[in-house]
Design a protein around this ligand. Structure first.
Ligand code: DAH
Length: 338
């Protein structure tokens, strides 16, 4: 009988296959409930005592050989064909490939994080907006030429309803519902009827900031922006250039110093070394009045920036369309480190 066990051992050692079903058949034949091993163990009970030691040893060798062979063949077939037999439920799980955040979400969350750390709340408003909140209350009355700065999608049946062209509309909504002191940032999607190119898209994202309290000055605005740009870009230099927005007075555009080291730096900064990153200014008294806030008592500042623009700078992406095409090879490169 011992020879019988030895023959099985030889057969087990010789067996080889990369076919999942054949391996499973082999496993059942030897280690299954009605398999060879169980039969031999049943037989072992009746083996005369003096033969038990040798027989037990051979039987154990066979058992170990079967288990090892099954394990080895299963592993080989898995790595070569991608098939998996879950015969060992205690084995380590294979890592599941997870997705990652969209680069625009990563940058948005980072900006939110920087402002919430200095006491700003987050507010949101509707993407389908009315004329009052998007334009009129922001000191852009009907026929005001500055309305042309933002080519607007109107809802055809009602010229009073439109897709918001900027998140400044949320300023108005927030001031209508809250009394100063106000410190809030408003992230969101905005829409403009523009020709799509490497630098423009009809749908994009902005973050608006608003701070209203007593005795807020331009110096507060500048310091807040300095804190923000340093937190986001590291040690950086900014400058404020006089500009015009109907809802702020005075108004400025914020540039960050990018440098002029490479040819690309020359191209993207148009030879100046500076890049515009946002608009800002002191909230126009007319806007405060429109929201029932007394401009004699309160003052404040506002700013607005495009998230795509910031993301393009941070990640050195040269075409805005990449953010909307959702090509997995592009998206996989961004990891949320904050
Ligand atoms: N709403 C402006 C735009 O979309 C950006 C902006 C400029 C927002 C100045 C502001 C501001 O709050 O003060 O181009």
């Amino acid at each position: 009988m011992i020879d019988h066990v030895k023959r099985h051992l030889e057969e087990v050692q010789k067996f080889s296959s990369s076919n999942v079903e054949e391996i499973e058949g082999f496993r059942v034949k030897y280690a299954g409930k009605k398999g060879v091993l169980n039969d031999l163990f049943a037989f072992f009970r009746d083996v005369p005592v003096k033969e038990k030691k040798d027989f037990g040893k051979e039987l154990n060798n066979l058992k170990v050989a079967v288990n090892e062979k099954v394990k080895q063949l299963q592993l080989q077939s898995k790595t070569s064909s991608g098939n998996t037999i879950i015969s060992d439920p205690s084995r380590t799980a294979f890592p599941i490939q997870t997705g990652n955040r969209h680069p625009l979400s990563i940058v948005k969350n980072r900006i939110i994080d920087i402002f919430t750390q200095i006491g700003f709340s987050i507010s949101e408003g509707p993407e389908i907006e009315d004329d009052w909140h998007n334009f009129t209350a922001l000191n852009l009355p009907e026929h005001h030429p500055a309305r042309d700065m933002q080519d607007t999608f109107f809802i055809q049946t009602n010229p009073d309803i439109l897709l918001r062209t900027h998140t400044s509309s949320v300023q108005v909504r927030h001031m209508e519902k809250n009394q100063p002191p106000i410190r809030t940032i408003s992230p969101g999607r905005v829409f403009r009827n523009e020709a799509i190119s490497s630098r423009a898209h009809c749908i994009f994202h902005q973050i608006e900031g608003l701070y209203i309290a007593k005795d807020v000055s331009f110096a507060d605005l500048k310091q807040t922006l300095k804190y923000f740009t340093e937190a986001l870009f590291g040690n950086s230099k900014i400058r404020l250039r006089p500009s015009y927005f109907p809802f702020t007075e005075p108004s400025a555009e914020v540039d960050i110093y990018w440098g002029l080291e490479t040819e690309t730096d020359h191209r993207i900064t148009k030879g100046t070394g500076w890049l515009e990153i946002m608009g800002c200014g002191m909230v126009d008294p007319n806007v405060l009045k429109n929201c029932d806030i007394n401009p004699e008592e309160y003052s404040g500042f506002a700013f607005g920036m495009g998230i795509e623009r910031i993301a393009m700078l941070l990640y050195q992406v040269s075409d805005i369309r990449l953010f909307f095409e959702n090509d997995i090879r592009f998206l996989k490169q961004f990891k949320a480190t904050f």
